[in-house]
Design a protein around this ligand. Structure first.
Ligand SMILES: CC(C)(COP(=O)(O)OP(=O)(O)OC[C@H]1O[C@@H](n2cnc3c(N)ncnc32)[C@H](O)[C@@H]1OP(=O)(O)O)[C@@H](O)C(=O)NCCC(=O)NCCS
Length: 299
């Protein structure tokens, strides 16, 4: 028998990001549930235009339950997969256990079905929540090894600040024109997520390499360890060129995506932590090679 949700006192709405009060209710739900503030996204170009939120609101306009889906074309195993992503799944404590999350999940799945997405991906620390719907975890790997010798540079790198209007425009243009950073597993664009992710880790630096028309998202663990999170460019420069451009000469490099375009290889290391990356697709998809999605694509 199909289980129904207890939605007494609540009103269902979808596609509400353009309504100020509903956006604020959404921001508050994510703040209260996950401790993150996504409001700055409005000043960084706004949510992904394809994003479709599904939610139950109470009479005061509080968002009790939410799940959003958006289009996230993704390169997987050398093939462009027309994928959707689920994000911002949460139910406020007083409304839990009434089937509201199941309800918004089914609505989001229906939306994806109607749009003809080939696959749906999500991150979660509760895989059991999604396994009944056919989602399966994909193991992820980062890559570590001796850093290459930096290539000579012709122009110094410049630090980018998304809060500077000219830098934001440059970032947005680069995101529009980007090629996936890896052929194994990488987003094709996902500009909104890249821009909001610049706000979550204060250690991440964005640098512009003029020689390569490339944005590099990176951080350093002391002088010895260089961590590369993402490269946004129409052609991906080598790791040697990136280090040369940044004027860095670390001993060790760690790359948080498969480095198949970097002219460098590292040892794959299983990503630990409680978060699973899950995928649901009509034809099962497994990764041909160890890989991970850049943290700048986190959603
Ligand atoms: C996880 C969460 C969304 C569940 O919301 P909810 O409204 O209580 O869920 P529902 O009542 O709709 O339950 C739906 C199903 O999920 C199951 N479920 C609920 N919480 C679960 C959990 N923590 N782990 C695994 N399954 C869970 C229920 O048993 C139910 O199963 P059924 O369909 O077989 O009956 C809610 O507890 C929450 O917001 N937690 C904090 C944020 C979070 O973890 N978000 C999801 C991570 S991506």
């Amino acid at each position: 028998m199909e289980k129904t949700a207890d939605s007494s006192g609540l009103t269902f709405r979808q596609d509400y990001f353009a309504v100020d009060t509903a956006w604020s209710a959404f921001v508050a739900l994510l703040q209260d549930t996950f401790g993150i503030d996504i409001d700055p996204l409005q000043r960084l170009g706004g949510p992904d235009p394809s994003c479709m939120p599904f939610g139950w609101f109470d009479a005061d306009g509080t968002l009790a339950a939410n799940l959003a889906a958006f289009s996230m074309p993704t390169m997987i195993n050398g093939r462009l997969v027309r994928a959707a992503a689920f994000q911002s799944g949460a139910v406020r404590p007083p409304w839990r256990g009434r089937g509201l999350y199941r309800d918004v999940t089914l609505k989001a799945l229906e939306w994806c079905e109607a749009k003809g997405f080939e696959a749906i991906v999500l991150y979660t620390d509760k895989p059991a929540l999604y396994e009944p719907y056919g989602f399966r975890s994909l193991p992820l790997h980062s890559f570590t090894g001796p850093a290459p010798v930096p290539a000579p540079r012709t122009a110094p790198a410049r630090r980018l600040d998304p809060w500077e209007a000219a830098d934001l425009r440059l970032l947005q243009d680069a995101l529009r024109a980007r090629t996936p950073v890896s052929d194994s597993l990488a987003v094709c664009q996902s500009a909104a997520m890249f821009l909001i992710n610049t706000q979550f880790d204060p250690d991440v630096q964005l640098s512009w390499l003029d020689d390569h028309n490339a944005v590099v998202a990176w951080k350093a663990d002391g002088a010895e360890r260089f961590i590369l999170l993402d490269v946004v460019a129409a052609a991906i420069p080598s790791l040697s060129a990136i280090l040369g451009g940044l004027d860095l000469q670390p001993a060790v490099a760690e790359v948080l995506f498969r480095p198949d375009k970097l002219g460098w290889t590292g040892e794959p290391k299983p990503l630990d932590g409680a978060t699973c990356f899950m995928i649901r697709s009509s034809t099962p998809i497994a990764l041909d090679m160890p890989a991970m999605l850049s943290p700048m694509a986190d959603f």
